[in-house]
Ligand binder design. Structure first.
Ligand code: UT7
Length: 384
């Protein structure tokens, strides 16, 4: 029997602060009527000053692990897909790995913009199906509102912050991730871009004056691309799974714009009520949008075990991809004495603090403290 990659846990976390279209109309020349009619977005969540991409990702991952009933020490792989990572490096995934106490897991970030969650799901599922690993947590997490130009009404009304995560585990049972299709077209790279900092435009006064540190987008071109790509890649991934569109109960798309989703539904000739949509309440949360929508649909009983579903993403790169899966659930019934997310966070924090202390003691004992003088940026002590 071949190994399957089942989706056994799911979690989502959005910051508490809600920002409505009326709130935005006080800082930029826009209004609720325009935003709702052109995008379907009514409100979005903004991360607080204390929150960051790694902290949102950690909350979503801990919830997903709890649903799966999987102890973080058993995890083999942590992937964070993000368009707004904590830093260039270290990878946000490494910070999450430390904060959830996934001691034996490898961790890395994956950058495919808004398609990132689907791309990450594809690689994690392949690693499990190949037998190379037994479990993975795949996270989409964003604080994109930190990278928006609040003088550019074309972009700043669209995005929100949040995180979502799936746990994937090896199983002999049929189901889980069935097939995937991913694509890229770098010739459209400049259509949606965050130019600086980067090798091409390092952070300097010229870059700042040109406002290159903010998201720039050619909305109309991205719109055209998205409406075509979405339907095509959904069909491709369903066909690779040996299924037909009629076999699919739910399509869970990247939540970018209601009009894009309506156009795609029309192309596919699928009624809108088979799409899971929540763009009205969260805006575009990039890599986090698919898992946040899935978690809501599972919690309110729309997505049920056995359902065939398609996750479909599209975005900067250009990138687009879809994963067809059979929804499952935890492999085992919930454990009575499973550690809570709070306890895991505490134990992981203690372990991390101890490791830092031991590293310092070792440096003192062996006379390497002169190298220890450099501190990170202010307030950036990486402690959970
Ligand atoms: O994850 C993928 C991320 N990106 C996307 O999914 C974006 C895809 N594109 C879109 O969603 C749409 O292109 C937008 C929502 C960004 C824009 O909608 P549109 O219907 O393509 O509008 P437009 O860019 O053609 O602009 C129409 C008008 C312009 O005014 P004029 O030149 O006709 O006088 C804009 O200046 O709407 C104006 N406008 C706004 N007005 C009020 C643009 N943004 C705003 C705004 N409030 N926030």
């Amino acid at each position: 029997m071949s190994i399957q990659a089942q989706i056994t846990g799911w979690g989502a976390y959005v910051p508490q602060r809600i920002v409505t279209n009326d709130d935005l109309s006080k800082i930029v020349d826009t209004n609720d009527e325009w935003i709702v009619s052109r995008t379907g977005i009514s409100e979005r969540h903004f991360a607080s000053e204390e929150e960051s991409t790694a902290s949102l990702a950690t909350e979503a991952a801990l919830q997903a692990l709890q649903v799966a009933g999987l102890n973080p020490v058993e995890l083999d792989l942590v992937i964070v897909a993000s368009s707004s990572p904590e830093h260039f490096f270290p990878a946000t995934a490494c910070l999450v790995q430390d904060r959830i106490g996934a001691n034996k897991a490898g961790a890395y970030d994956l950058l495919a913009a808004c398609s990132g969650f689907v791309f990450a799901l594809d690689v994690a599922a392949q690693a499990i199906r190949s037998g190379s690993i037994r479990s993975a947590v795949v996270i989409g997490a964003e604080t994109l509102t930190r990278f928006l130009d609040w003088t550019d009404r074309n972009t700043c009304v669209l995005f929100g912050d949040g995180a979502g995560a799936f746990v994937l585990q090896a199983s002999d049972q049929p189901g889980g991730v069935l097939a995937s299709a991913i694509h890229s077209d770098g010739s459209g790279g400049e259509l949606l871009i965050l130019p600086s900092p980067g090798s091409r435009h390092p952070m300097n006064i010229q870059a700042l004056e040109a406002r290159l540190q903010y998201v720039q987008m050619n909305g109309r071109e991205v719109f055209r691309f998205a409406t075509r790509a979405l339907g095509q890649v959904v069909q491709e991934s369903i066909a690779k799974a040996g299924l037909k569109l009629e076999d699919i109960q739910w399509i869970i798309p990247h939540q970018a714009n209601m009009r894009i989703l309506e156009a795609a539904a029309k192309n596919l000739k699928v009624p809108m009520d088979r799409f899971v949509i929540n763009v009205d309440r969260y805006g575009n949360t990039s890599t986090a949008s698919i898992p946040i929508a899935v978690v809501e649909a599972v919690q309110d009983g729309r997505i049920r075990p056995g359902d065939k579903v398609v996750f479909v993403g599209f975005g900067a790169g250009l990138t687009w991809g879809a994963v067809t899966a059979q929804w499952s659930g935890p492999l085992a019934p919930p454990r009575r004495h499973a550690p809570t997310p709070k306890l895991i966070r505490l134990l992981a924090g203690l372990r991390s603090g101890l490791l830092r202390l031991l590293r310092r003691l070792d440096a003192v004992v062996w006379g390497r403290m002169q190298n220890w003088g450099q501190k990170g940026p202010p307030g950036d002590d990486y402690l959970p």
